[in-house]
Design a protein around this ligand. Structure first.
Ligand code: BTN
Length: 265
């Protein structure tokens, strides 16, 4: 099946997530388009999909490499009835939804706090959530997801070749982008419904299953560098890190790298 607007519209019609589709051959960033649509009142579940992005955004203003013809770049508009302070839980929830989906293609999927989905310790998918809030209410959140599906190893920029991968590289075969896209929204819809119904606890439990606790990591958070062992995530989605003096810190934002300990296989 071709990865195009008609095919995706047909398959997603009537769904809560994906029922309204905006498809582009090439855009600067699907997150930017989704944000413009949300500001104009786009309803929850609206999705933006692109075959290529010219300014794909990653966290910390990094570039998300977004060539045509091989991957999925999508942004989902949601309007959760939660407080802005809890919005980071949505990133973790999305990580679980993506990890569960990718596990059906490849068994070695893990999550790295807060937003990386990895296979064999290499990044296969990243999440960039952006929020607009008014006072104590979330107006909308744009959940941007980039997943490397059929990208070949030598197509990754040299600087990220050793830390990135794609499903094709891990499984050895081409994967239907159409199928994966539809299944991604299914998985997101299920986990999002669960989050709204049962809160963060089931998400945290599942997140921890994909993230072997006990890993030794270092975290750059603002100007600080913390080292320690991951002991979990708390009810707000913050990382709990225990240092060598047995002091446990809550880290709300930061960039994690793994120091030692095995990747889950
Ligand atoms: C990260 O790991 O740093 C987050 C990467 C998020 C990339 C996706 S691709 C679709 C959406 N549009 C963007 O510009 N970024 C996100």
């Amino acid at each position: 099946m071709d990865f195009n607007e008609d095919t995706l519209r047909g398959l997603l019609s009537g769904r809560r997530i994906g029922g309204s589709v905006y498809f582009f051959r090439k855009v600067a960033s699907t997150n930017e388009i989704a944000c413009e649509l949300a500001l104009k009142g786009a309803s929850e579940g609206t999705v933006v999909i692109a075959d290529a992005q010219t300014k794909g955004k990653g966290r910390f203003n990094r570039v998300w490499q977004s060539p045509a013809g091989c991957n999925l770049y999508t942004s989902i508009v949601i309007r959760p009835p939660t407080e802005p302070a809890l919005a980071s839980q949505i990133t973790l929830m999305t990580g679980v939804a993506v990890a569960e989906l990718l596990s059906s293609y490849c068994p070695y999927v893990t999550l790295k706090w807060p937003n990386d989905v990895q296979i064999g310790g290499k990044k296969v998918s990243g999440i960039l959530a952006q929020m607009r809030a008014s006072g104590k209410r979330v107006d909308f959140i744009i959940v941007g997801i980039g997943t490397n599906i059929n990208m070949k190893r030598d197509a990754f920029e040299e600087t990220i070749q050793d830390i990135s991968t794609s499903l094709r590289e891990e499984t050895g075969g081409d994967i239907s982008r159409v199928d994966l896209t539809v299944k991604l929204y299914d998985s997101f819809e299920r986990w999002y419904a669960r989050y709204i119904r049962d809160g963060f606890d089931p998400i945290r439990d599942m997140w921890l299953k994909y993230n072997s606790k006990g890993r030794h990591v270092q975290v750059v958070s603002g100007n600080e560098l913390y080292k320690g062992e991951v002991v979990g995530i708390d009810g707000d989605g913050a990382l709990l890190l225990r240092d060598e003096n047995k002091i446990t810190r809550r880290i709300i934002a930061g960039d994690v790298s793994i120091l030692r300990g095995l990747v889950c296989f």
